[in-house]
Write a protein that binds this ligand. Structure first.
Ligand SMILES: Cc1cc2nc3c(=O)[nH]c(=O)nc-3n(C[C@H](O)[C@H](O)[C@H](O)COP(=O)(O)O)c2cc1C
Ligand SMILES: O=C(O)C(=O)c1ccccc1
Length: 400
């Protein structure tokens, strides 16, 4: 299917400007956060904005992008380049995807449905979190023939049959890649949520628990344990489900085998920050990693995710697909992460701000902005494509 090129967005956007037609939402990417703050409750805004401790990791993530500058080449006679990229032997229209983000109904009543619909519309891959307000099946329906992956918060060991059920449902509903998040077996120290006494899952309105509540194995186990259906004691069921997702204790490298036995597509480990762990990932035989520090939400004082990207790429980049997130805010940031060796870059908070500002339209707006700026940046820098042949470290200068 022909995909809309971001160049069209760029032309559309400028053409609208020529007709004096102002956009509903600003194109200034750094303003989305402040606008979402005005729109959301204190608790919901605190949840998305929140970071661990003094926010040093989050600050480091942003600062790391500023330590690289893009070097343009002149008199390069190219058409606007294709942004297509290939991962796991499959072609993707764009080298960005939507990071797994849970509990999206606290940001907009349409939650994951809005995001998954926008993903389809904009030809961007959607990664469904395990902690959602919408089931695996209903998100797949909203995403239709779009590209989607499934992120696993890995239920505690004794619940392996629940894990198997989650994977079976994801596979049956067209999720192509399994993303296993390793850095959130317990929630980080997030002062904004603690100050607001805010834990989205333990409220009575099914926030973040729908994949569990719609899971036949979880439902049966809850009944066996309590003699009750989930609907008879939603609070207890939510607490039980969240304990499953975030059990307070990490799995081990040996446990990856179980996932490999129950998933026949690519597996990607999210949350890798060291060469040693990237090598472990290679040894256990997964296909990719997400170099990520969870947007600084999990621990204070961590190294910037972008800072460790090049050394991890040097160590395993020819054997594993490297995906990147944490701190990406605009098209130029995407260029830098791709140039440093990532094949795909995940957009996190910005699309949630878009969701808060305008539901599906707001998410589309954010994706279109980032894609348009990504392509224009490449074009004006004389970089013909996102292929590593053209987009690599030679286009960057370390400036600090
Ligand atoms: C509100 C919120 C919820 C998140 N939920 C999840 C989740 O369910 N699973 C997961 O793997 N990561 C989750 N993340 C982390 C993102 O996938 C991603 O790593 C992070 O947002 C990247 O940082 P950035 O937003 O600063 O760019 C969440 C992030 C936010 C902001
Ligand atoms: O808030 C997060 O960062 C996160 O990863 C999460 C964890 C559990 C449920 C929802 C989101």
């Amino acid at each position: 299917m022909a995909n809309p090129t971001p160049l069209t967005y760029h032309n559309e956007i400028y053409a609208a400007g020529l007709r004096d037609k102002k956009p509903g939402i600003t194109f200034n990417t750094l303003e989305w956060e402040a606008l979402a703050k005005e729109r959301l409750s204190k608790e919901s805004f605190g949840y998305v904005w929140g970071s661990a401790g003094t926010r040093e990791t989050d600050d480091n993530n942003r600062a790391a992008f500023k330590k690289w500058g893009i070097l343009p080449s002149r008199l390069v006679d190219t058409e606007f380049s294709s942004l297509k990229t290939t991962l796991f032997g499959q072609e993707y229209d764009y080298p960005i995807a939507m990071a797994p983000v849970g509990v999206q109904r606290i940001f907009h009543r349409d939650g994951e449905i809005a995001s998954a619909s926008a993903a389809k519309r904009e030809h961007v891959t959607y990664i469904l979190s395990s902690a959602t307000c919408t089931s695996t099946e209903n998100v797949a329906k909203a995403n239709e023939n779009g590209s989607r992956w499934f992120q696993l918060y890995w239920p505690a060991n004794e619940s392996n049959d629940i894990t198997a059920s989650l994977l079976k449902r994801a596979k049956a509903n067209g999720y192509k890649v399994l993303v296993v998040t390793l850095d959130t077996y317990t929630l980080g120290w997030r002062p904004s949520d603690i100050d607001n006494a805010f834990n989205p899952f333990l409220r009575a309105d099914n926030i973040g628990v729908e994949i569990g509540f719609s899971d036949p194995v979880f439902r049966r186990q809850f009944y066996e344990q309590t003699g009750k259906q989930i609907e008879e004691d939603m609070g207890a069921a939510a607490a039980e489900w969240i304990h499953n997702l975030i059990p307070g204790k990490s799995h081990s490298w040996q446990d990856i085998k179980f996932l490999q036995e129950h998933w026949d597509g690519p597996i990607v480990l999210k949350g890798i920050q060291t060469i040693a762990d990237a090598q472990h990932a290679l040894e256990v035989g997964v296909q990719g990693i997400v170099v990520s520090n969870h947007g600084g939400r999990q621990q204070d004082g961590w190294v910037a995710s972008l800072e460790v990207l090049p050394e991890i790429v040097d160590a395993v980049g020819d054997k594993l697909e490297i995906i990147f997130d944490s701190g990406v805010r605009c098209g130029a940031d995407v260029v830098k992460a791709l140039a440093l060796g990532a094949k795909m870059v995940l957009i996190g908070r910005p699309y949630i701000y878009g969701l808060a500002l305008g539901g599906e339209e707001g998410v589309s707006h954010v994706l279109r902005s980032i894609l348009a700026e990504l392509q224009l940046t490449l074009h004006l820098s004389g970089i013909p494509s996102v292929s590593p042949v053209h987009l690599n470290r030679s286009v960057l200068r370390r400036t600090a």
